[in-house]
Design a binder for this molecule. Structure first.
Ligand code: NAP
Length: 249
């Protein structure tokens, strides 16, 4: 149900043209946030997300940027600041997979996944934290994965990047806590998006206690909570699994 706890707040969601990022953008807009809908190449899909948000009565802008590239991240943040003058919520969601068994993994597939899924998180967080430090407030939410907690055969690159993003979350949470900025991670299990469309559910479902893939909106619900003020104000450096019970600590 829509609320208003992000009224007058500005959110950036990376990789918001499709899948989980799209659902997160809609969920934050439903709380009144103005949303920067970042995408890499899906200009029409990003435009549809913006139009949907505007129909909801909130503000949005589509901004293309490859967030693995420092100069493009700088340009993205400059564009958001020029338009709205602040950033209250950053959701580092953009991510890719380039799966292969270790012995067949090409260095470019290793590097490409690390560049976006880990370095992209660093670049966006570093840039936004400068803005949030001046504001003395902010919420940073990193979309990790259960792969980063439990490992996944055929995903050494992705697992390393997601485990790195979880470690990064904890280090930066400690650095920024005294300035009113919280940093948390969400670790989805198998969520029905383009990323998982080729995965056979027969092989996976036995490992999911709740017996189904998750929906992007179910991950977005956790992100919406972590962005909420004051509800989530006392939570930082944590990892929240949204995985149908796959990983139980
Ligand atoms: P998806 O449906 O494949 O969407 C990926 C999004 O990332 C798209 O919006 C894409 O933009 C964007 N993107 C790709 N490369 C980019 C780049 N270089 N710079 C900026 N944006 C870029 O993926 P998803 O399933 O929603 O996954 C979203 C996040 O959740 C990822 O970090 C993923 O690792 C994580 N996750 C997903 C699952 C799952 O089961 N689906 C599970 C655990 C974690 P374009 O449309 O322009 O290409």
């Amino acid at each position: 149900m829509a609320g208003t706890h992000l009224q007058d707040k500005v959110a950036i969601v990376t990789g918001a043209s499709r899948g989980i990022g799209r659902a997160v953008a809609l969920a934050l807009a439903a709380e009144g946030a103005s949303v920067a809908v970042n995408y890499a190449s899906s200009i029409a899909a990003a435009g549809e997300v913006v139009a949907t948000i505007e129909e909801m009565g909130a503000k949005a802008v589509a901004l293309s940027a490859d967030v693995s590239q420092a100069d493009q991240v700088d340009a993205l943040l400059k564009a958001v600041m020029a338009k709205w003058g602040r950033v209250d919520v950053l959701v580092n969601n953009a991510g890719i997979t380039r799966d292969n068994l270790l012995l067949r993994m090409k260095p470019e597939d290793w590097q490409g996944v690390i560049d976006l899924n880990l370095t992209g998180v660093f670049l966006c967080t570093r840039g936004v934290s400068k803005i949030m430090l001046k504001q003395k407030a902010g919420r940073i939410i990193n979309i990790a994965s259960v792969s980063g907690l439990m490992g996944n055969a055929g995903q050494a690159n992705y697992t390393a990047a997601k485990a790195g993003a979880i470690g990064f979350t904890k280090a930066v949470a400690k650095e920024l806590a005294s300035r009113g900025i919280t940093v948390n991670a969400v670790a989805p299990g198998f969520i029905a998006t383009d990323m998982t469309k080729d995965i056979s559910s027969d092989e996976i479902l036995p490992y999911i206690p709740l017996g189904r893939f998750g929906q992007a909106s179910e991950v977005a619900g956790m992100v919406r909570f972590l962005a909420a003020d004051p509800a989530a104000a006392y939570i930082t450096g944590q990892v929240f699994n949204v995985d149908g019970g796959m990983v139980m600590a």
